[in-house]
Design a protein around this ligand. Structure first.
Ligand SMILES: NC(=O)c1ccc[n+]([C@@H]2O[C@H](COP(=O)([O-])OP(=O)(O)OC[C@H]3O[C@@H](n4cnc5c(N)ncnc54)[C@H](OP(=O)(O)O)[C@@H]3O)[C@@H](O)[C@H]2O)c1
Length: 316
């Protein structure tokens, strides 16, 4: 099968298309024929080994796992003898851990995989999980959101577009901060109001909020602190410097910092499917590239100005 492989950490051109052996499912695994996957910021971080500590997960000197790609949509091609949830021909979506930048991947039945939402295309289904998994991990730190005010800074990226839709679903009062070209998009996702970060600084408008989420990794607790109410929480998605703050603010001051870490789970993927089928969540896709253009797609993602998600289409 064709797969995108890499043998050393580095810039996007360490990625190349190669013919590799097609995997065979073990007893508790399904073999998925991939129709679409994405290039996301986690793929970029693992490929470039930035920050350095990612090497403790992926291999100190060189990547142990040669195929990146963590979210997918496709069809079940074969099932192991012990599999009960899926059968050949089922359309599935979710997280694969690694290995989705390929024509086929084997995934444990218990992994964060679910049947695709009715009426959704493979491209869309591939592009819904990654941002939502991190947004959910962040928002959970804030507790119940009903009736509380939240700022989602960087509302137009993969995590931002997910966070706006989820915060809206959880009945928060949502202020989204995005650039000029994405204002209408984030409003259509359910934001109560939208501020343009190129024209106005939300930390200087005199308003205070219960929750501020930096969905783009571009803000900081220090700069936002004055815009949080007493007991408020700053939700970070990026920045190693936020880790000590999560500990310090537990003991000092009346405002907290928490950091979300992407963690896919089957219940969360199923929850997302329900939201999509109820018309409460949708995919936001910026560009689509064929698998063989993975280097170009990756360069685009690394500009850090994509709107929502970048899809790789795969046709075996
Ligand atoms: N903690 C984890 O486990 C984990 C996992 C994955 C990703 N992350 C981090 O999560 C963050 C979000 O990821 P993502 O994939 O959603 O990012 P992304 O899609 O690359 O974000 C791009 C968006 O951010 C907006 N943006 C860029 N600069 C901005 C600024 N100064 N102010 C406001 N908005 C700005 C862009 O809008 P314009 O084009 O209009 O500027 C663009 O729409 C990143 O920092 C990423 O590293 C964390």
């Amino acid at each position: 099968m064709r797969a995108v492989v890499y043998d050393r950490y580095g810039p996007p051109d360490v990625l190349r298309l190669e013919d590799v052996e097609r995997p065979a499912p073990r007893d508790a695994e399904v073999l998925v024929k991939i129709h679409a996957t994405t290039v996301n910021r986690t793929d970029c971080g693992l490929r470039s080994a930035q920050p350095f500590f990612t090497r403790f997960v992926t291999g100190l000197r060189r990547p142990r796992n040669r195929i990146l790609g963590m979210e997918l949509a496709g069809e079940v091609e074969a099932v192991g003898a012990a599999v009960t949830e899926f059968k050949v021909g089922d359309r599935v979506f979710g997280g694969s851990g690694f290995g989705a930048h390929a024509e086929f991947v084997c995934i444990r039945e218990s992994a964060p995989l679910a049947h695709m939402p009715a009426g959704m295309s493979f491209d869309e289904a591939a592009a819904v999980t990654d941002g939502a998994m991190l947004a959910l991990a962040c928002l959970r730190h804030a507790g119940p959101l009903q009736g509380r005010s939240i700022v989602i800074y960087g509302a137009s990226g993969s995590v931002g577009t997910a966070a706006v839709q989820l915060a809206r679903y959880f009945a928060a009062d949502v202020t989204a901060v995005a650039g000029t070209r994405n204002r209408e998009l984030v409003r259509s996702l359910g934001a109560d109001r939208v501020l343009d970060y190129t024209r106005t600084d939300f930390t200087k408008n005199g308003q205070t909020y219960d929750v501020i989420m930096d969905a783009a990794g571009k803000h900081s607790f220090i700069r936002c602190r004055g815009s949080l109410k007493r007991g408020g929480i700053f939700l970070a998605t990026d920045g190693v410097g936020n880790l000590p703050l999560t500990l310090l603010t537990r003991w000092i001051g009346d405002k907290r910092v928490a950091m979300g870490i992407t963690r896919y789970s089957k219940p969360d993927v199923r929850f997302l499917k329900e939201l999509i089928e109820a018309g409460k969540y949708r995919a936001v896709i910026d560009r689509r590239y064929p698998l063989e253009d993975v280097v170009e797609a990756t360069r685009y993602v690394e500009l850090r100005h994509k709107t929502g998600n970048v899809v790789l289409t795969v046709s075996a």
